[in-house]
Design a protein around this ligand. Structure first.
Ligand SMILES: Cc1ncc(COP(=O)(O)O)c(C=O)c1O
Length: 466
């Protein structure tokens, strides 16, 4: 009753108060314990809304691979599905049906042979999908080794410069990661390096279709051929799991002739992020196995307390249904034509931006936006002769809101610092032009006022230059 009176009083005061003069907003709420009293929803909304306004503007986030723009209809569907749990397949059978359809659509995009009964599921993103793919590979390998009466204590997988999720998989699931290090002049896996690291304890080889650091595709087909050859020579049969987090939704539309998917018999499972180039909102990933035989039965749990007999093979249980529904919307809304048009437009902008950045002078392009993920990657030339580095440049363009990270590459090229731009749906050619102007302005300012110098030195410097 007292609480109720408190809210009524607040509501009464709200009629005369301007928002920020309201009793609720006159004081800041405690930050690390729940407040004693409640406040009206509009005041609470304003409070939280204002705080998240301090985040970077996601539309200017050229660092993320994830979608930062979706159609208004997606917002509506997400809203309509906010209360649906994708795991409640018996209660929300139509959402479950859309999930099953999406998994089929994704399998079909990746040329999964229907006769083999491919099987797939949605996940929260590629990380969860990668864990599932890795686990299935480990389980299959263990069963094979046990059947042959061999020890199962030392599984390994072979990969190139993978995303952090594979480091997590290695640690969480106790599988040795045999990572082919990057070298100057070789920033990705090669068939020779892969084969040299495979043995009878290799559960899978994991090439990446769109390396996180450089955006380039690793040569899946050449790796598959080398593994075929290895099998002919040694009898070792090493499967491939493709991490197609980005490329899985790009290659089918931009480079349909590229053979990286289930057209290669050795590819047993593929993961991709719906929320990256699948164009669905954040929180959506996919994994598809080539056939039912590739997903060991003892990884599937059957739950009946929600009604029905529900198979589940995700790491999480409850998850919002909206992302899957939105993914289905994207598929029916865009079709092959729409996905190809959007991705092509991004790829063209990326190639254009890459040419413009190369023409600025101090940079050497590592990836020019052609053949892999729409975007570009560059480094500072050793003879650039500029008084700043890429970290300074990243800081400077951030003052205009652009989030364009600079980072050092992993072993063995940690001394190589690169900067990267992702071109996604929503980053138009016009915005690319605006970014370029800001990049040039940042370079000019840094040249005039080199970082790490005192204000007085910079003043002298700026006088000298003007
Ligand atoms: C190659 C690759 N794999 C996996 C992931 C993890 O994906 P998610 O963020 O969907 O979990 C990423 C994310 O950038 C990636 O680039």
């Amino acid at each position: 009753m007292r609480g109720m009176l408190h809210v009524l009083k607040l509501l009464a005061s709200r009629q005369v108060d301007e928002v920020y003069g309201s009793a609720a907003l006159r004081n800041a709420p405690p930050k690390h314990r729940i407040p004693e009293q409640e406040i009206p929803p509009f005041d609470a909304y304003q409070l939280v809304h204002d705080e998240v306004g301090l985040d970077g503007n996601s539309r200017l986030n050229l660092a993320t691979f994830c979608q930062t723009w979706v159609e208004p209809e997606v917002h509506r569907l997400m809203n309509e599905c906010i209360d649906k749990n994708v795991i409640d397949k018996d209660e929300y059978p139509q959402t479950a049906e859309l999930e099953a359809r999406c998994a089929h659509i994704v399998g079909d995009l990746w040329h999964a042979p229907e006769t083999g009964h491919p099987i797939g599921t949605s996940t929260t993103g590629s990380s969860e999908a990668a864990m599932l793919g890795g686990m299935a590979a480990k389980w299959r390998w263990r069963a094979r080794m046990q059947a042959a009466g061999k020890p199962t204590g030392k599984p390994n997988f072979v990969c190139g410069p993978v995303q952090i999720c594979w480091h997590k998989f290695a640690r969480y699931f106790e599988v040795e990661m045999r990572q082919v290090p990057m070298e100057k002049g070789r920033l990705m896996l090669t068939p020779e390096e892969v084969v040299a690291r495979c043995d009878e304890n290799t559960i899978a080889v994991v090439p990446t279709l769109g390396v996180t650091y450089t955006l380039q595709y690793e040569p899946v087909e050449a790796i598959a051929r080398a593994l075929d050859d290895l099998q002919r020579r040694s009898g070792l049969d090493v499967p491939i799991h493709v991490d197609g987090a980005s490329g899985g939704f790009l290659a089918p539309f931009l480079t349909p002739e590229l053979r990286w998917d289930f057209r290669l018999a050795r590819v047993r499972s593929i993961n991709a992020s719906g929320h990256k180039f699948g164009l669905s909102p954040l929180g959506c990933g996919w994994i598809v196995w080539r056939s039912m035989d590739d997903l060991p039965e003892d990884l599937i749990f059957r739950v009946n307390y929600l009604g029905g007999d529900m198979p589940t093979f995700a790491l999480n249980f409850s998850r919002p249904g909206g992302q899957v529904v939105a993914q289905y919307y994207d598929f029916v809304r865009l079709g092959r034509e729409g996905y190809a048009r959007i991705h092509r437009s991004c790829a063209e902008t990326a190639a254009w931006l890459s040419e413009q950045i190369a023409a600025l002078g101090p940079f050497s392009m590592i990836y020019d936006g052609r053949g892999g993920i729409p975007g570009c990657t560059w480094t500072l030339r050793e003879d650039a002769g500029v008084p700043y580095n890429l970290f300074d440049l990243a800081d400077k363009v951030r003052s205009r809101g652009w989030l364009v990270p600079a980072y050092s590459l992993p072993a063995n090229v940690t001394s190589l610092v690169v900067q990267r731009v992702l071109v996604k749906n929503g980053f138009s050619r016009d915005m690319a032009g605006l970014f370029l102007q800001d990049l040039k302005r940042a370079m000019a300012q840094l040249a005039k006022h080199p970082p790490g110098r005192s204000l007085a030195e910079n003043e002298v410097g700026s006088f000298k230059h003007t």
